[in-house]
Design a protein around this ligand. Structure first.
Ligand code: ATP
Length: 470
């Protein structure tokens, strides 16, 4: 397992991810995607979009981030979307009370105090109100990891939605929220999409978009941020059929991660014990990050909670009418909700590898991305900067650039140029050498196997098209 710091440092050095507003000291929980990061992000979203919407029963949507405030009243986010928070008076540090208790349980387990850990875990499972969390923290003598004291404030609920104002009025009447999940944009458009897309139950709506949560503790790089992107699909089904659809979507989503190169041994299922207010079943796909397993996508059975709530508050019917059986009902919803940024981090950790090469015994850092996710698809090098090679190489580069994300590199020994591309995960490198000028052949080297093939220069484009449509 490689260290997260190693991956973060590569991500910064090679232009995948930068801290937001870095020249001002950064801002917690916000990150910027650099030239390679944005390509990876787009490839990831594209892979998801194709998988989810290139089929008969799913339509796409791009809803606005700002929504009518009543949406959050109906969805329950205004009342319930909060985390229990506690402050240490000495260190002034703020924690999520449940995380503090979880860390304590992990410490107890490390010290083999399993009975006490089990007891504490049971109490945490039952905790609902702020006072319940507070009692556990006091009963188990949990201290602040920074100050070492138990000098705690009460536990308070902290709503995670970012508030702002619409228009020029600074009063409650004009308060709106940055959406904390993209799902609600889908629910309020359920009828619009069903009717315009001439869909019938079962069908789904897919959306990729930003969401914002004022998380109390942001940590672990892109894992928990305050601004992030989600790729969500809400599948509308007949009540009673949700269990079958959960099974179907579980399989689809797991296979998607594996199809794009995720090592199956780094993935696992985790069923929720505590359910959100809208769910009757929830399971997560977790990925093994350098700091341990963490959720990358949730598959949730949301029942008819959201549509019923919007129907009630808006007074607009959100039903499906079956024209054959004449049945009318508010559909149940099965959602697949994945994080784009968290997913990107998982794919980055999954791809990172170091090896000692056989030819010269040097360390090779390589990002083993699936070729469809790789930010740069192909690199072109003239072997030496003379004898007409740069001119020929540049012409090939310009041609490939019309179809592929291509880089051109003339600097340093060829081995160094390979290493630079390995480090960003470029699947193919093409070298133009003396043979190219003599008999129009080039060498194509594949990243993982480092195998080299000689092909005719006129076939490069087709060779790559075949590889990238595989
Ligand atoms: P967690 O328990 O980690 O806070 P959650 O269960 O609240 O996450 P969901 O509401 O199910 O998460 O969101 C769906 C997906 O959105 C998650 O699987 C994750 O990939 C992503 N996500 C949620 N919160 C964040 C965040 N703060 N930063 C980055 N991605 C996030």
């Amino acid at each position: 397992m490689f260290k997260l710091e190693t991956i973060i440092s590569l991500a910064k050095r090679r232009g995948f991810v930068f801290q937001s507003s870095e020249i001002y000291g950064g801002i917690n929980g916000c990150w910027d995607y650099g030239p390679l990061g944005v390509e990876l992000l787009l490839n990831l979203k594209n892979a998801w979009w194709r998988e989810m919407t290139f089929r008969d029963d799913i339509e796409g949507l791009d809803a606005s981030i700002l929504m009518h405030p009543k949406v959050w009243e109906a969805s329950g986010h205004l009342m319930q979307f909060s985390d229990p928070m506690i402050d240490n008076k000495t260190s002034k540090a703020r924690y999520r009370a449940d995380n503090l208790i979880e860390d304590h349980i992990a410490k107890l387990r490390k010290k083999n105090k399993n009975d006490e850990a089990n007891e504490c875990e049971k109490a945490l499972g039952l905790a609902q109100e702020p006072a319940d969390f507070y009692k556990i923290i006091i009963d188990y003598g949990i201290t602040d990891p920074v100050s070492g004291t138990a000098d705690w404030t009460d536990v308070r609920n902290f709503n995670l939605m970012f508030k702002t104002f619409i228009g020029s009025l600074d009063d409650a009447a004009s308060t709106i929220y940055l959406r904390p999940e993209s799902a609600q944009g889908i629910f309020v458009n359920f009828k619009n999409v069903m009717e315009s897309g001439r869909q019938k139950i079962p069908f789904g709506i897919a959306q990729i978009g930003k969401a914002f949560r004022n998380e109390i503790n942001t940590k672990n790089f892109l894992f928990r941020t305050r601004e992030f992107e989600q790729m969500e699909m809400q599948y509308f089904v007949k009540p009673g059929e949700e269990k079958e659809w959960i099974e179907y979507w579980k399989e689809q989503r797991w296979n998607w991660y594996v199809k794009y190169g995720m090592k199956p041994e780094k993935l696992r299922w985790k069923e929720h014990e505590k359910l959100a207010h809208y769910a009757n079943y929830a399971v997560d796909i977790e990925f093994e990050f350098p700091f341990g397993f963490g959720e990358i996508e949730g598959i949730h059975s949301r029942t008819d909670f959201d549509l019923m709530a919007h129907q009630k508050l808006s007074g607009k019917k959100l039903e499906f009418v079956d024209t054959v059986t004449k049945e009318r009902y508010v559909p149940y919803i099965v959602e697949t909700s994945g994080g784009v940024s968290r997913g990107l981090m998982a794919f980055l950790c999954n791809a990172y590898d170091e090896e000692i090469t056989e030819d010269n015994g040097e360390k090779r850092v390589v990002l083993r991305f699936h070729h469809k996710l790789a930010p740069v698809q192909v690199a072109v090098f003239p072997l030496v900067n003379k004898d007409g090679m740069p001119e020929k190489a540049h012409a090939i580069y310009k041609d490939l650039q019309k179809y592929f994300k291509t880089q051109y590199d003339t600097s340093g020994a060829i081995g160094r140029r390979y290493r630079r591309q390995d480090e960003i995960g470029t699947p193919y490198c093409i070298t133009i050498d003396g043979d190219t000028l003599a008999n129009n052949t080039v060498t194509i080297r594949e990243r993982d196997s480092m195998q080299q093939e000689t092909i005719n220069a006129d076939n490069i484009r087709n060779y790559l098209f075949e590889k990238f449509t595989e």
